[in-house]
Design a protein around this ligand. Sequence first.
Ligand SMILES: [Zn+2]
Length: 260
Amino acid sequence: METNIAGEKVFYVDYTWPELDALDRAGTVLVLPSGAVEEHGAHLTLANDSTAAAEVALRAAREIPGVIVMPCLWYTPSLDTSNYMGTISIRPTNFVNYVCDILESLYRHGFRQLVVANVHGGAKTVLDVAIREFHHRMGNAERAYNDDFFIHLHNVYAVPADYLNTLVEGRESGHACELETSVDMYLFPERVQPEKAVEEYIPWEEGFEWYIGDMHAVNRNGVHGDATKASAEKGEKVVNALVSALADILRKLVEGHTWA
Ligand SMILES: [Zn+2]
C-alpha cells in the first residue's frame, strides 16, 4: 500500500469509510489524475496519459502529508483520435455530468480542495467546462458562485512548458511525441516499443491553435512530434519537472493558500 513520508495512506480508495470519516477532510487536498484510453502511435500503449497522470500525482503526493490521490479518470473525451483502433471517447456532455457527480460526492463528504492533474490534451477544455458547470450547480439564490470548494485544473504538461520545450529536439511535440515517449521510457520501459517510434506531424498552419478534427484522416501513425528523439534520460527530466510543478501547487494548498 502506498504511503507518504509521514506514513499516511496516499490513495483515496485504500481508506475505509471510518478512516475517511476520521480525517480532517476540509484540510485535505485531493488530486484527481485525468488521462485517457487513447491511441499513442504504434510504439506506446493506449494507457499512456492515464499511467503518466497517476504516477505524477503519486510522486507529488508522497512528499506532502495532507494530500490524497483519487483513482484516475481513464475514460475521457478523445474525439480527435477516435478513428484509430482502440481509442475510447466520452462525449463532452456525458463527461461534464460524470465529473460533476464526482465533485458533488466529494463536496458532500466534506472535502473542500481538489486539484485535477490532467495529462490529456483532448480533455482540457471539457474539464474546464465541468468545473464551471459544477460551480453553477452549486450556486444558490444568494450567490452565483460556490467558492466553498476550491477546484484547480492543473494541466500537467502546460505548466513547465517553457522548460519542456528546451528538451525537445524535434520540430514540435504534442502527442505520442518525444516528451510522452520519453516519460514512458523512464517510468514504464516495458510499455514502449522504441523500434516503432516515428517522426510525424499533424499538418496545420502557423497562427492556428491545436488541431481539432479527425486526426486519423491527416496522420498515419497517430503521432505529432519526433518520437525517435525520445530517451529515458530525457524522460527523467520531464517527469521531475511535471512532479515538481504539481507538488508546488499541492504544497501551497496544504499550507493554506488563499487568493484573497
Ligand atoms: Zn498523450
